[in-house]
Design a protein around this ligand. Structure first.
Ligand SMILES: N[C@@H](CCC(=O)N[C@@H](CS)C(=O)NCC(=O)O)C(=O)O
Length: 112
């Protein structure tokens, strides 16, 4: 069973950039997570700040088969593991590094 949740973004976040997810111009974001995971919370907050309204969240603590699938896909055992437009970004630290290098918004832009 896949435990997937749609996580709405914060309407009150005024730091969101111009890219509007409701225009369908952003690539889909998928994140393997657990319930108790400060890195997951941090990663989701950053994505929301960058305008991501929906995150497909796969709770590997609720579904061990999904944890094994995550390990198979990424070679990693830690959460979060983040995919943007089907491409593996890595964990929270790598998401932050990508953002700081200026690579996150282009990756979020649909069609990239
Ligand atoms: N450097 C990693 C650290 C991730 C990490 O340590 N995550 C914890 C949960 S917050 C974890 O997966 N621990 C092992 C486990 O839960 O099996 C990142 O930035 O994503």
């Amino acid at each position: 069973m896949v435990a997937a949740f749609r996580v709405p973004g914060s309407d009150s976040d005024k730091r969101a950039p111009a890219a509007r997810p409701e225009d369908n111009r952003m690539n889909p974001v998928r994140m393997y997570t657990t319930q108790v995971c400060p890195y997951c919370v941090r990663a989701k907050a950053l994505l929301r700040q960058r305008g991501v309204a929906e995150i497909e969240e796969i709770r590997v603590d609720l579904d061990p088969s999904q944890r094994e699938h995550m390990v198979h896909l990424t070679g990693r055992r830690t959460v979060p593991q983040i995919f943007i437009g089907g491409r593996h970004v890595g964990g929270c630290d790598e998401l932050i590094a990508l953002d700081q290098a200026g690579g996150l918004m282009p990756m979020l832009a649909a069609g990239r």
